[in-house]
Each structure stands twice: as structure tokens, then as C-alpha cells.
Design a protein around this ligand. Sequence first.
Ligand SMILES: [Zn+2]
Length: 231
Amino acid sequence: MYCVKCGVKLADTEIECPLCGTVVYHPDIAREKAESLYPGKKYPRAGITPRWPQVMFTVAFLLPLFIVLLCDIQFNLGITWSGYVIGALVLGYVAVVLPSWFKKPNPVVFVPCDFVVTALYLLYINLVTGGKWFLSFALPVVCGVGAIVITVVTLVYYVRRGKLFIFGGAMIALGAVILLMEFLMCITFEGVKFIGWSLYPLITLALLGGALIFLGICRPARESMEKKFFI
Ligand SMILES: [Zn+2]
């Protein structure tokens, strides 16, 4: 008996290929108890994830952070422009490197973290620049988009079914957030008038989202689409 994937010779007792892990099944050979050709304990599979990439990324993150901070303090005697750079670096680190420290990063935990850090970063910019747009504009938009993304991620991660309904609903909700965004821009920034540009993405997203939900409900339509696009 040979492995269908890598071609290595196998004992008739083998349940899976010791080399590539492919499950072994031969309908004509009954699996009997016997010695394995390759002693499993002698060749342990590489299961330990090395930590050095994370360490390297952390150094690559901390190094520019300190350089930027020192330069700023050296020339401006305080934190001026470096605050933005550091904020962006922290945002990138939380979004990309932080989850990789965990064996099985749960997106339901990490995605909300990203939005919290984004909101804090915007709050910082707002405070430093003396803007008045955080509470009435940035925070509601981040919360709106965050709520949609977190809902989608949670449902896809835990429910694993009804993706058409999830994404369809998310598209319609996103259209509503864009409409809200235009409204908030009008009340936050002077000179911005409500002209209704957000209605175009809203209508487009509502139609697309509606189409996805329709496909979710109507099985014949879904099947014909699957045949057409080979999904
Ligand atoms: Zn194999």
C-alpha cells in the first residue's frame, strides 16, 4: 500500500501517512494489527510553532517607536508629531502581530480590540488637534462599522451557516451606516450640507444585500447561480 499523496510505502496497518498526514484508506485491504513501518515516536511531527517571528516583529515595532519618540523629544522637547506615528504603529501591532502570539487567535476577541484601538487613536488625534469631531462623527462611525464587522465575524466564526444572510444583512447595515455618516458629517463640520450622496451606496448595497438574502431563501436560484459561477 502506498500513500496517494506523496507515494511513500505504507504498512497495511497505517491509519494515516506518517510523512504527509493523508488519511489512508484501501477498500480491499482489511486493516490488521501489526507493527508500523515507521516508528512514530522516532520522527515527531513539527507541531511546535516557533516564536521568533513574533519576537522579530515586536522588535521591528519597538525600534522605530523609540527612534521616532527620541527624535521628537530631541527636536521639539515633547511629543508632537511622533504621537501620530506611535498611534499608527500600535494600531498595526494590535491588528497584525498581537493575534500571532496566540496559537488559535479568536477573531471574536481580536477584531473588537482593533476597533477599540482605532477609536482611541482617533480620540488622541482629535484631542491633540483640538478638533470637535470625535464624539459626533468619528466615534459613531467607528462604532457602526465595528458593530457590523464584529457581528459578521462572530456569526461566521460560531454559526458557520447562513453566510448569504449574514453578508446580505451586513451590506444593508453598511449602507445605513454610510447614510448616518453623511448626516453626522453635516452636523459636525461647518459648511457641509446634506446632499444625499450617501443614498447611492445605500441603494447599491441594499440591492446587493437583498440579492444575497434572496439567494439564501430561494434554493433553485442559489443552485443555478452556483452552477453558473462554479462556487
Ligand atoms: Zn503521504
